[in-house]
Ligand binder design. Sequence first.
Ligand SMILES: [Mg+2]
Length: 440
Amino acid sequence: MRGLLSFGRGLHTLSNRQARRKAGIVGSQCGFCGTQSNSKPQPNFGLLFDIDGVLVRGRMPIPAAKRAFEKLVDSKGQFVVPVVFVTNAGNCLRQTKADQLSHILGVPITQDQVIMSHSPLRMFKKYHEKCVLVSGQGPVLEIAKNLGFNNVVSIDMLRESYPLLDMVDHNRRPKLPSSAVVIHPKVEAVILFGEPVRWETNLQLVIDILLTNGNLNGVHQTQNRPHLPLLTCNMDLMWMAEANSPRFGHGTFLVCLENIYKKITGKELKYEALMGKPSELTYHFAEYLIRSQAMERQWKLPITSLYAIGDNLMTDIYGANLYNRYLEERLRQNPKAVAKMAAATGSTTAVPQDEDIDNLWESELALPSATSCKSVLVCTGVYNPNAEVPSDANRSIKETVFHGHRDFRFDPLLVEPGHIVQDVAEAVDLIFEQEKFVPK
Ligand SMILES: [Mg+2]
């Protein structure tokens, strides 16, 4: 958990003024560091928003998103409840995503409100100085560097150095045999950020790296030995863009990689870590960010309820329900510790200082004040309420519904949403009603 230190520090340098400017809100007080008037209602709940299929479809904003966020900010552009955005996207920096959201929603969003699927990689400090191969698209080298990795090679860099390896596309094959032009250090771990552009190239070179133990000058070895550590973000099989039907996500790429590896070696591909929704770690981050926002605003009530709004049963709903199960189990086993944490969170003196954060990550991530995480499913994305259901319910669950990752166990209770609403504006109305919260 030590590796979380730098990420934690970022929470306390909120660049709200900048975000407000980008959102077109000028001349008013900053979002989370202003003094809270006692006359305003104070929330004891926080909201986790998925982005694709909830707020946007591809690049197009979903109309209900703007209506929803008009309800979530006051006349000064300040949020009236803690809000975080939890996305499995991984092809840009948190600041870039915050800027996009500010523009789309017309309210100021800071990077400290955004959790990308790769954010937990800050924890994996033992790999930060090792040579890691990164796969994905977008500014993968910059993202890796921003996460703390100092010795990074990309698929494109390897392809340039070893041009004889990528042979699927006949038009991109080298005209003449060539030798390696740059000698890279031996790769010691592989990070899969998200789906690449040229799947055949990345599948080939990732398999090559795994089977040569990181040395592309060598030949494939398929004997019985563990492969290099594989750190993977975003398990979404599909996602919803502008098209009528869902599009391939990184989970589909992983299905290809897992099956190719197994076909060649006869063994299962193993993951050192799987990040992004529905992994529990992602929700621990979200809960911590929500609690930090409440503390910054000096809201005295502890944040006891979380609501996760999403469009995907296998990521948003499964993840929220899995985290809720953890919170309920924790409450059942140790109600006194939970009450103590909730009381501490409500204290106005609880805003942590930088020097305390090293300890905080270890203690606070493990000690949420929340006691429930309710899932809310919207119908503007992947989930289709009108989809045909096969007559055999068993087949329906196994073949139609379960799009989760290979390493996540299917449990019908975890894909059961707490609420189903039409869109995100309805979701906000429902939550305010449930919480009897009337913002002024
Ligand atoms: Mg989504």
